[in-house]
Design a protein around this ligand. Sequence first.
Ligand code: PBG
Length: 323
Amino acid sequence: MTEFKRNRKTRISDNLRELFQEQHLHVTDLIYPMFISEEVDAPQEIKSMPGTYQIPLNSLPQEIEEIQSLGIKAVLLFGIPKVKDAEGNQAYAKDGIVQRAIRQIKQLAPDLIVIADTCLCEYTDHGHCGHINHEGFLVNDASVELSVRTAVSQAEAGADIIAPSSCLDGVAGEIRQALDAAGYTYTSVMGYSIKFASAFYGPFRDAADSAPKMGNRKTYQIPTSNQREALRELNSDIEEGVDMVIVKPAMAFMDMIYQTRQMTNLPVVVYNVSGEYSMIEAAASNGWISKEQIIIELMLSFKRAGADLIITYHAKEIAKLIQ
Ligand code: PBG
């Protein structure tokens, strides 16, 4: 007679393992981020993110067709404008790069869910997420006003979901009110509710040409050491009426994904950010890890921690793997 538990019973064959698998990955779990650029006239690979491209508007038809054929249901759009200025005018211009991309995508694929990242840092010449004063400090309320203008113009272009990523106080609520006032009552707000001041965004800032020219984002993004402060930010966004919440980055912040899941019944979205993607690409290209296994393992881990949806640059590859 054995006195210990034989926990291996449920894993001794493929069928048993499949039967008792707790988490499953579906293509509908994935959101694919895209960089639409006015600066390129053909897809251009981002150096620090192999396999990810800045694309011009005229590449959208092929891109969207591929995304749809893979079964991906949602994209997250970032824009890289030709002209940047202190107030980020191209972020809220009627014919701004993202506004044009949204209209084109809605023509090509009316059912594809378009999420617009709402931020100014790709559009300002100083690289901060709004209006800065002469000391380089991001002025809150004036910057919120610019984000609101951007959000409404993205909704007007046809975005289904607005995702304010600037981490300004009050930005989610002000956007909600402005959308309602403009008649976009069914346009959702996906809050970047927990967004840390993370070094994992490094490659993105190459991709979107959005690195701050001076200083950093530490006066608006959350210190990476702070769990309770992150939960305060989450609560503010929920009070301001967001429809879904983002936790970002993902890999090093699984505790936050787990806690967010415990604290809200809103959909939880995790952002598997650029640095996480690039580390995997680099290790895989050296033959040090098995990329396919690692990315599936990671996605399942996000789901185990409590994610409903995952924003990932690996979305297309994952879709192919699980098809
Ligand atoms: C814009 C924004 C950033 C990311 C998404 N939206 C960069 C930043 O805050 O500096 C990062 C995404 C990634 O690293 O993949 N504010």
